[in-house]
Write a protein that binds this ligand. Structure first.
Ligand code: 1DF
Ligand code: MN
Length: 341
């Protein structure tokens, strides 16, 4: 094989996380996105959620057999969405630490097959910054996993920026992974079953990334590297319009909340953002992203176990791009971004 396949958005859960999620469901935790997602995956006895529960909890033989069956050399593991975000601060702090310890132990058992991203508790940004430092410097994790809004709050609020400061200082990327849409977005989606990975995840996550950009996060932290799954949650397709309308809105002083930025929205997307192909094994969309963002910024991901499909690996092996670019796509870009090996 001319390249290793490194999959970059691969989920795991811990028993503690499932126990805490179960408690939220039992208490009737008032978050429709969480209820829709985990009320299904944790409770349903249908075949898909039952299998996914088992796959999420395994960080040994079963997972490695699934990787071998689909030709995946390395999984970059991250705590499944919404991570610690729906929990109270005490539980979130404790789960971030225990999940990082558990994934580090799995990597130590299987050092050639796994790498991992660090969970952190956004409810306590000072603790998050310290935990990220511990996870990267002491446990050897390769970046941070950030599972979207935190009880409807988005991380463009400067009270959260110690997290970005820590990632920039540690020189590790932060992966913005979807979660169910926030309360203000979700209702019309729920009515038609569109709140999950089918559509709502992408809407909330694209909005979150845009909020970070227009709030000036990348002006304040110019070296910060943000990773988006699902081919950038459709943002690459929007770049022309985003630049035009952002410029027009600024010129007309339409919103007090919009401040001039040092660069254009598409500049931040090309210079601070990397995208992965999780759930988007579709050549026209992948090649479009390579064209507008550059071949160094598009990385392979499977989204195990939620989208565990052998034919999707084969389809991406067959991309009509040069052997050098294909090696970047499956291996080289991930090795460089996450400083693997
Ligand atoms: C689903 C999809 C769930 C993704 C996920 O985590 C997830 C799903 C709870 O299909 O319900 O990470 N995904 O990234 O597409
Ligand atoms: Mn995912």
């Amino acid at each position: 094989m001319a390249y290793k396949r490194i999959a970059t958005e691969e989920a795991f859960a811990t028993a503690d996380q499932f126990r805490l999620f179960r408690r939220l469901l039992d208490e009737g935790f008032d978050d429709p996105g969480f209820q829709s997602l985990w009320g299904f995956y944790l409770i349903s006895e249908a075949e898909r959620p039952k299998k996914i529960r088992e796959q999420l909890l395994d960080l040994d033989a079963r997972r490695i057999a699934d990787m071998n069956a689909t030709g995946i050399d390395v999984q970059i593991l991250s705590l499944t969405s919404p991570g610690v975000n729906p929990l109270d601060a005490d539980a979130a702090r404790a789960l971030s630490v225990s999940a990082n310890d558990e994934v580090a132990a799995a990597i130590a058992r299987h050092p050639t097959r796994f790498a991992g991203l660090a969970a952190f508790a956004p409810q306590d940004p000072a603790h998050a910054a310290k935990e990220l430092e511990r996870a990267v410097n002491r446990l050897g994790l390769k970046g941070a996993i950030f599972n979207g809004h935190v009880r409807d709050e988005y991380l463009d609020d400067p009270k959260f920026w110690a997290i970005f400061e820590a990632c920039e200082a540690l020189d590790v990327p932060i992966y913005l992974h979807p979660t169910g849409p926030s309360r203000g977005l979700i209702q019309p989606m729920l009515e038609r079953g569109l709140d999950g990975a089918i559509f709502g995840f992408g809407v909330d996550t694209a909005l979150h990334a845009l909020r970070l950009i227009v709030a000036g996060v990348f002006d304040r932290f110019p070296k910060l590297k943000l990773v988006l799954g699902h081919l950038g949650e459709a943002l690459p397709f929007w770049l022309f319009r985003l630049d035009y309308m952002h410029r027009a809105g600024l010129a007309a002083k339409r919103y007090d909340s919009i401040k001039p930025l040092k660069r254009t929205i598409s500049d931040y997307m090309r210079e601070n953002v990397y995208v992965t192909t999780s759930g988007m094994a579709w050549a026209p969309a992948i090649q479009f992203c390579q064209q507008v963002l550059g071949v160094d910024r598009v990385l392979y991901a499977m989204d195990y176990p939620y989208q565990f499909v052998a034919e999707e690996v084969t389809a991406q092996d067959a991309l009509a791009i040069s052997p050098e670019d294909k090696r970047k796509f499956f291996q080289g870009n991930a090795e460089r971004l996450f400083k693997l090996g």
